[in-house]
Ligand binder design. Structure first.
Ligand code: AMP
Ligand code: MG
Length: 436
């Protein structure tokens, strides 16, 4: 399902999570194609390696060198000409004619029947193509070793020049969300800075008359606004520019003003609250004036209501703004962010991999589940006594119970058509932390 940004997405019946994701990806793609829609969203910046974590590589990083730069030893042992392995003799004796260390190439050449003591990483000396690891040898004199010829083949324990990376070939492809290993890889090539996509500007706001900012008194019926803080945390994981637009009252004038202001500064606006039945009506009215926004009932739990679309350019703002109206419940905010917003932000910023990885684990206890909606239950991934991965839910799973998220380290994702889960069943799991 794909929607042009000019055509409102209007859905009344429950929408499958996969269809919602596809609709979002389609609209984001339309925005990317429409070059004037989001100004300079594909602009490129050069940043030093220490600033590049979680940014998106803008163009292929080509290796300026072969890695490794020369054939070298993969083991501590003895380097020799491997042809002697094919002569049929069961035992091989070699004369040690010297030593070679990493960083200090051997000047001379090694004749057949001779060997050099070699350290891991040392450049293979001329005349040598094979390394016998130290532990496979026995010394027969101070200056000679012996080993069984069936312990290795010609060429073994040698790393070949360019086997890791070849000069001129991509070392990291454009679109990579840069991880610590990528920074190390760039450094290993002598590259000190990378060309990355500019950071997206993402505005966040919370809507609700009951919300209070930290530091304010809590009067009867009011609650602290927690969503902006969980959203800030989620967005910081993506190394974005966050524009905090605070709390907005539940009245059309304040909301409209806040939306216009936020859209004027940001590529993407994420609001929370005010999209559920009963509240959505005046939000809908405003959205009809400001953009093409669909109000979705998604077949998921938590996170059923969600608004999504684009805010139109205005006289003061010459470009469109992607808009997510997330539900107000603190857990639903995080689930819908994880499920829909994260991938859209990555896609908009040119990432080639937008879906977080899934794994599977065994349910420790039965889980109640109704077919016809996707559920995101909060759980702890661990290990059973047999070493297999297991999950157990973190207590009460209400959409407002943030502790269920806080104590969890993963979602158990129960698919649309799935019914009750029995203890011992395998279930899909999405880990919260991508550590590498
Ligand atoms: P709503 O989607 O506006 O109907 O809100 C659903 C529930 O989430 C209500 O109980 C709200 O009080 C609560 N809620 C809405 N926004 C926030 C927020 N920013 N922080 C904490 N709770 C919120
Ligand atoms: Mg509300």
């Amino acid at each position: 399902m794909s929607h042009s940004p000019n055509e409102p997405i209007l859905l009344t019946s429950s929408l499958h999570v996969d269809d919602a994701r596809q609709a979002i990806a389609g609209l984001v793609n339309d925005l990317i194609q429409e070059s004037t829609a989001l100004h300079d969203h594909d602009a490129i910046e050069t940043v030093s390696l220490d600033q590049a974590i979680d940014r998106i590589l803008a163009i292929d990083l080509l290796s300026p060198i072969d890695v490794p730069a020369a054939d070298n030893s993969a083991m501590d042992g003895f380097a020799f000409d491997g042809k002697c392995l094919n002569t049929g003799s069961a035992n091989i004796t070699l004369r040690i004619v010297g030593s070679v260390f990493a960083g200090k190439p051997y000047e001379g050449s090694v004749a057949p029947g001779d060997c050099l003591k070699i350290m891991t990483g040392a450049v293979m000396p001329a005349g040598c193509d094979t390394v016998i690891p130290q532990e496979f040898t026995s010394a027969i004199t101070e200056n000679s070793i012996e080993f069984k010829s069936d312990q290795l083949k010609l060429g073994e324990n040698r790393r070949l020049r360019g086997e890791d990376l070849q000069k001129g070939k991509p070392a990291i492809a454009a679109g990579r969300l840069l991880r610590p290993s990528d920074l190390g890889l760039a450094a290993s090539l002598g590259i000190a800075s990378l060309q990355v996509k500019r950071r997206l500007k993402v505005a966040i706001l919370s809507s609700g008359d009951e919300l209070r900012t930290l530091g304010q008194e809590l009067d009867a019926g009011s609650i602290y606004d927690s969503n902006r803080y969980s959203l800030t945390g989620l967005l910081n994981r993506l190394n974005l520019d966050i524009i905090d637009c605070g709390i907005v009252r539940d009245d059309p004038t304040s909301l409209k003003k806040a939306f216009i202001e936020a859209a004027g500064k940001a590529d993407v606006l994420i609001s929370s609250g005010g999209v559920s039945v009963g509240e959505a009506d005046f939000t809908k009215q405003i959205m009809q004036e400001l953009g093409d926004v669909g109000f979705w009932k998604i077949a998921m739990r938590p996170g059923r209501p969600m608004a999504f679309g684009v805010l139109k350019p205005t006289p003061g703002n010459a470009r469109k703004t992607l808009f997510f109206g997330l539900p107000g419940n603190p857990v639903a905010v995080m689930v819908t962010f994880y499920q829909f917003v994260r991938a859209a932000l990555l896609q908009l910023n040119g990432a080639n991999q937008t879906e977080p990885p899934l794994t599977q684990a065994i349910a420790e206890e039965p889980i109640r589940k109704k077919p016809g909606r996707t559920e995101f239950q909060r759980a702890i991934l661990g290990r059973g006594t047999d070493g297999k991965p297991t999950v157990r839910l973190t207590g009460s799973q209400g959409a407002g119970i943030l502790r269920s998220m806080s104590e969890a380290n993963c979602f158990v994702i129960l698919g649309h058509d799935q019914g009750n889960i029995a203890a011992g069943d395998w279930v899909d799991v999405a880990l919260f932390d991508g550590l590498l």
